[in-house]
Design a protein around this ligand. Structure first.
Ligand code: GRF
Length: 186
C-alpha cells in the first residue's frame, strides 16, 4: 500500500513511519512526503532518504488551490492512504471527503481529551495522572474520528510540558507505525 505523509515541521513521526516501512515484510511504502512549509526540517530529511517530496505554501494561492495541488501530487504518486504527522492545518471537508476514511492522524493526547493545541500543558494543569497519544481516522472535525489505537504514559510530579511531550513522543513513534500497518492490512 502506498502511503503519503503530510508534515509541517520536524517530522520525527514521519521518520518513524519511514523506518518501519523499510523493515522486512512491510505492509506499506512511503510514496510521497508533502508539506505546507517548504522549510520543514522533515522535508530535507526525506529528500536525503531519496523519498519523493512535494512542498507548497498556501500563502498567496488560497486553500482550495493549495489543497488541489496537494491532492494531485498525492494521486500522481499513487498514494492510497494519507498519514498526517505533525501537519498543522485543518483539511477542508472537500479534501477529507475525497479521501474518505483513508486519512490517519496522530494526536498527542488520550482522545477524546484535549483536542487541538497545548495538550500537554492542559493535561498537567488538569492534574491528570496519565497522558498519551492517539491514532485516529481524520474527519472534517478537528482531532475527531474513530480512534484506532492509543498509548499511555504516566504524568510524573515535576513534569513540565516539554518533559511530558518527550515521554509521549517515544510512544508516538512506536504506536503510529504499528497502527498504520494494521490499518493498511485490514
Ligand atoms: C507530534 O507530537 C504529533 O503528535 C503532533 O505534533 C507533533 C509533531 O512532531 N501532532 P513531529 O513533526 O512528528 O516530530
Amino acid at each position: 500500500v502506498k502511503v503519503g505523509i503530510l508534515i509541517s515541521g520536524r517530522g520525527s513521526n514521519m521518520q518513524s513511519l519511514v523506518a518501519a516501512s523499510q523493515a522486512a515484510d512491510t505492509a506499506y511504502t512511503v510514496a510521497l512526503v508533502a508539506s505546507d512549509k517548504p522549510q520543514a526540517a522533515g522535508l530535507a530529511w526525506a529528500q536525503e532518504q531519496g523519498i519523493a517530496t512535494f512542498a507548497l505554501s498556501p500563502k498567496g494561492i488560497g486553500k482550495p488551490a493549495y489543497e488541489a495541488a496537494i491532492d494531485q501530487a498525492l494521486r500522481d504518486a499513487g498514494v492510497e492512504v494519507i498519514a498526517l504527522a505533525g501537519y498543522m492545518r485543518l483539511l477542508s471537508s472537500d479534501f477529507v471527503s475525497r479521501w474518505q476514511g483513508r486519512i490517519l492522524n496522530i494526536h498527542p493526547s488520550l482522545l477524546p481529551l484535549y483536542k487541538g493545541l497545548d495538550t500537554h500543558e492542559r493535561a498537567i494543569a488538569a492534574g491528570d495522572a496519565k497522558a498519551g497519544c492517539s491514532v485516529h481516522v481524520v474527519t472534517e472535525e478537528l482531532d475527531d474520528g474513530e480512534v484506532l489505537g492509543q498509548a499511555e504514559v504516566p504524568i510524573l510530579s515535576g513534569d513540565d510540558a516539554a518533559a511530558l511531550a518527550a515521554r509521549v513522543l517515544v510512544e508516538e513513534h512506536r504506536l503510529y507505525p504499528q497502527i498504520l500497518t494494521e490499518f493498511v492490512r485490514r
